[in-house]
Write a protein that binds this ligand. Structure first.
Ligand SMILES: [Zn+2]
Length: 332
C-alpha cells in the first residue's frame, strides 16, 4: 500500500510537500483558490486558480496580476515530484477542483472545493477524476437534503416570476451576487424574461461575461424596475430603505436551504426555491462513487454526519474539524 499524499488539517488545509494551502482565508505564501467566493479566498503571495477565477478575483477583490498564477482546466502542471490538474467543479463559473498525482508511485489526491453535480447553466460541467484521497466539501451532507431536479426548480422559479408579472407585481429574486445571481439571470434569459440587477450583481455578471461565461449584458437597477422585468439582488439588500421602498414587490430567496420548512420565515421572504450551487446528499455520494477513493476527508456543513455515513459504507473517512473520535472508539 502506498503512503497517502501528506495533508495537514490543523491550521487550514495544507499540502506539506507542495507547500500549498487549499482555500485558506488567511494570506499565505502559496494558496490554491478554488473559486471566487469570499470564504475560500485569502490574499496569498502566489495564487493558483483557474483562468476565469483569476479574472473574478481581480474584479471582486482587486488582486494584483503578479499574485495570480491562473492555469487552464485539464492541462497538467508539473511541480517538482507532483503533477497537478485543475478540474471544473460545477459550483460557480470558474470553480475548480485540484487533482494531485505523485509521479513516483501514482498516489493521488482530489480536493473538491465547493462543487455541484447537477447541471448548471453558468458553471462548467463538473469533471471527477479517480483519486486515492478525496478531500470534499459536505455542506448538504445529511440525507434530508435532496434537491428537486433542475427542470422542476427552474419551473418553480419561472412560475413565480410569471405570476408576479401577470399580477403587475415586481418579482425580486434574492441570490448571492456571484454564482446564484448569474444562474438565475441565465434561467430568465432562456425564457425571454428581462431583468434588472443590483449593482453588485451587475458587476459580477459583467465580470463573468468578460471571463467567457455566456450571459447577456446586465441591466443595472437605478431606482425603478421597468414593467415586465424581474429584479435580481443579493439577499441582504432587502433590509435597505431603497429596496424596501420599491412598490409592489414580492420576494423569493434562491438557496438550497429553501428545503427547510421554515425557510420563508427564516429569510423573511414571500417564497423560497431550492436552487443550490452545491451538491445535495445523493450528489455527494455520487461524487464519492465516481472518485472511488481509499480514504475521504470531509469539510464544511454536515462533515461529521457525512463521514459517518461513509464509514457505514466501509470507506475510511473522517471530518477535517474532528469530532469523529468518539464514534470511532465506540465502533472498535
Ligand atoms: Zn462557494
Amino acid at each position: 500500500m502506498r503512503d497517502p499524499i501528506p495533508l495537514e488539517t490543523e491550521n487550514g488545509l495544507y499540502l506539506t510537500e507542495l507547500e500549498l494551502f487549499l482555500d485558506s482565508r488567511r494570506s499565505r505564501e502559496n494558496g490554491f483558490v478554488s473559486h471566487a467566493h469570499a470564504d475560500h479566498f485569502g490574499r496569498h503571495e502566489n495564487i493558483l486558480c483557474s483562468e476565469p477565477t483569476a479574472h473574478l478575483l481581480k474584479t471582486r477583490y482587486n488582486v494584483a496580476d503578479e499574485r495570480l498564477n491562473p492555469h487552464p482546466f485539464h492541462e497538467p502542471l508539473e511541480v517538482g515530484p507532483f503533477r497537478l490538474q485543475l478540474l471544473p467543479a460545477g459550483h460557480i463559473y470558474g470553480s475548480a477542483m485540484l487533482h494531485v498525482t505523485r509521479k513516483a508511485d501514482g498516489e493521488s489526491l482530489l480536493y473538491t472545493g465547493d462543487f455541484k453535480v447537477h447541471h448548471s447553466l453558468t458553471a462548467e460541467e463538473p469533471v471527477f477524476r479517480r483519486a486515492d484521497t478525496l478531500v470534499m466539501e459536505t455542506t448538504f451532507g445529511a440525507p434530508k437534503w435532496v434537491f428537486p431536479g433542475e427542470n422542476e426548480i427552474t419551473g418553480m422559479i419561472l412560475n413565480f416570476v410569471n405570476q408576479c408579472l401577470e399580477e403587475g407585481v415586481v418579482p425580486a429574486l434574492l441570490a448571492y451576487s456571484l454564482g446564484k445571481a448569474q444562474e438565475v439571470q441565465a434561467i430568465l434569459t432562456r425564457s425571454g424574461i428581462p431583468a434588472v440587477s443590483h449593482p453588485a450583481v451587475a458587476k459580477m455578471t459583467a465580470a463573468c461575461r468578460e471571463a467567457g461565461c455566456q450571459l447577456p449584458e446586465p441591466l443595472t437597477f437605478e431606482g425603478t424596475v421597468p414593467g415586465g422585468h424581474a429584479l435580481i439582488c443579493p439577499p441582504n439588500v432587502m433590509r435597505s430603505e431603497e429596496y424596501r421602498a420599491i412598490p409592489n414587490l414580492r420576494t423569493a430567496i434562491l438557496s438550497g436551504w429553501a428545503l427547510d420548512t421554515n425557510a420563508t420565515y427564516r429569510f423573511g421572504v414571500d417564497a423560497a426555491f431550492p436552487l443550490s450551487d452545491h451538491a445535495d446528499f445523493p450528489g455527494l455520494l455520487d461524487a464519492v462513487r465516481r472518485v472511488n477513493p481509499r480514504r475521504v476527508a470531509t469539510i464544511h456543513g454536515y462533515a461529521r454526519e457525512f463521514s459517518s455515513e461513509l464509514r457505514r459504507q466501509n470507506y475510511e473517512a473522517w471530518s477535517v474539524d474532528g469530532g469523529d473520535q468518539m464514534e470511532l472508539d465506540l465502533q472498535r
